[in-house]
Write a new protein. Structure first.
Length: 140
């Protein structure tokens, strides 16, 4: 039996070295995956914020023309979105659902509305004063 010593070339890696590399790669992959999911969550949050701002703008235009907000208490998907100058954001393949609630009666300064975005039980709300944009349980 030949013994390893001087003059013998060792080729390849030991199991110990391979296992260390596998552990390091696994740690790096888990960190990258966590960062990826946080980025996806933040993107959904920002998209919901932008859609709520668009709903706010549409409600303001509707109020300017008619002196009241679009008046209804609705569930997602039943709103006549063109009345507030929007396409239905619930028709996209996104996981966030939007609804708009208007208080009736109410004209002029007494008119109110709120719009809500819901994702996995988290909510983001905006009202007629644009004050409650970060209200709710969803934060970046």
């Amino acid at each position: 039996m030949a013994r390893l010593g001087k003059g013998c070339n060792r080729q390849g890696f030991t199991l110990h070295e391979v296992m260390i590399v596998v552990v390091i790669v696994g740690i790096l992959a888990s960190l990258a995956l966590l960062s990826y999911w946080r980025t996806i969550e933040f993107g959904r949050f920002r998209a919901a914020q932008d859609t709520l701002r668009a709903i706010y703008a549409g409600e303001r235009v509707y109020w300017t023309r008619i002196n009241t907000f679009y008046c209804t208490a609705l569930t997602p998907g039943s709103l006549n979105w063109p009345n507030i100058f929007m396409d239905d954001p619930n028709n996209t393949s996104g996981p966030v659902q939007f609804s708009v609630n208007g208080a009736c009666p109410g004209t002029g300064p007494a008119a109110t509305f709120s719009a809500t975005a819901v994702y996995n039980g988290k909510t983001l709300i905006i009202d007629q004063n644009n004050l409650a944009l970060l209200a709710g349980t969803w934060s970046p």
